[in-house]
Design a protein around this ligand. Sequence first.
Ligand code: KIV
Length: 269
Amino acid sequence: MSAQGQTKRITVPQIAERKGATPIVALTAYTAPMATLVDAHADLILVGDSLGMVVHGLPSTLGVTLEMMILHGQAVMRGSSRAAVVIDMPFGSYEESPEQAFRNSARVMAETGCGAVKLEGGARMAPTIRFLVDRGIPVMAHVGLTPQSTNVMGGFKTQGRDPASWDAHVADAVAVAEAGAFSVVVEGVMEGLADRITDAVAVPTIGIGASARCDGQILVLDDMLGLSGRVPRFVQKFGDLAPRADQAIAAYAAAVRDRSFPGATQVYR
Ligand code: KIV
């Protein structure tokens, strides 16, 4: 298809412009068919490293590789045409140095055609974010509860329970925004802290278990659809698809066993 005939994707600057405006609708997707469903409604699709748990049954995001992210990123790009697509940098692929982060982020961008990458961490990642943005790689930051650091944090713990820690969290968000991040995911923090972060940074905040006052919201698609087993307490389910999928599979199994499938008219003789 010619470049003229293609649907225009939402760009990173268009997402950045949504600060304080119409809330940004963001969801994860990991496969082409799910990306097509999400693309019809969302402004931004995140190929999150949560795919390690959701799709691959891993115990955490730590075992996710760059190759996995690229493969799922390519599928999501094929399945979508409108939403901005952001791909998570997996644990170990960007923390060592700005150069390592550039090498691996450039590979993700080049091999998938996505619009941006996301990486976890506050002030400590600011120099890396600046390095990437200066070299043409848009970055979404991720602060608060950062799942790749749960071994250091002592588990999936809501951040900012002690108000004395709020200044440090706000400073993290300000540092990544000032380093050039075009938006900041704020995960698993006390509502008042999320509000303070949203007021303090000049780019949109995208909340997950944070506050309705964030500039946008994101959820893991499978959690929101009711397809996952255990989900975090803050996840509001907008569907309950697991029992319906179970019913359909059970109906199929029964049809096979009682030989009512396939119908006689469908069989080639
Ligand atoms: O990996 C992921 O899906 C994420 C979102 C939950 C923000 O980082």
